[in-house]
Write a protein that binds this ligand. Structure first.
Ligand SMILES: N[C@@H](CCC(=O)N[C@@H](CS)C(=O)NCC(=O)O)C(=O)O
Length: 202
């Protein structure tokens, strides 16, 4: 099983999950300039990471699908929630992270893809960074009295860790969000997280 990743990108969530599963896996670090190459577009026609390739050649893309697949393939890792309701809770938070919060970072990382002109790009970045605060407030509230997003450790937690790193790196105001700060500390102290980060050179 091979994970295609960019250091610190959303693929880090899959990387951490693979480490938590504890079985051998391979990784391939995609260079930014490779994303649009014909070879990589055969792996992921979206020109994005993550992609997960099985030894027989089958490739799965889309983070939500990959994380669910890993949880189903390795149930003993206990990362997919308990029963139908537990899985739904994990996916509720994964969806919030992947389809509500994550897209607000796209203009922060690459404003030129959305609007022309330096001033307009700066304005767009600032607007998105400001709007992101409310998303982290909701996540902080969810972590009140919980160590993990759904109460027990799941594949949604590494995704939260990734977007928390982005928020810290891009200056989203996280002041007073102490549950998130504690979550970040807990994750950075975790051996699997440390190992995935070290492998990505972070
Ligand atoms: N819908 C895709 C989006 C993945 C995505 O946004 N990947 C980013 C990294 S976090 C990427 O590869 N971006 C390529 C680029 O910036 O050109 C998924 O959820 O897997």
């Amino acid at each position: 099983m091979k994970l295609y990743y960019l250091p610190g990108a959303c693929s880090l969530s899959d990387h951490i999950v693979l480490d938590w599963i504890g079985l051998p896996y391979e990784t391939y670090r995609v260079a930014r300039e490779e994303l649009g190459s014909p070879e990589y577009l055969r792996i992921n026609p979206s020109g994005a990471v993550p992609a997960l390739q099985e030894p027989e050649g089958w490739v799965l893309t889309e983070n939500v699908a990959i994380l669910n697949y890993l949880a189903d393939k390795f149930p003993l890792a206990g990362l997919g929630g308990e029963g139908a309701r537990g899985r739904a809770e994990v996916n509720r938070w994964l969806a919030y992270l992947n389809s509500d919060l994550h897209p607000l970072f796209k203009p922060v990382f690459g404003a030129a893809r959305f609007i022309d002109g330096e001033a307009a790009q700066e304005q767009l970045r600032t607007k998105c960074i400001g709007r992101l605060r409310a998303y982290y407030e909701r996540l902080d509230a969810q972590l009140q009295g919980r160590d993990w997003l759904t109460g027990t450790r799941s594949f949604a937690d590494p995704y939260l860790f990734v977007v928390l790193r982005w928020a810290m790196g891009k200056g989203v105001d996280l002041s007073g969000l102490d549950n998130l700060a504690r979550f970040h500390q807990r994750m950075t102290a975790d051996a699997g997280v440390a190992s995935a980060m070290a492998q990505e050179g972070l």
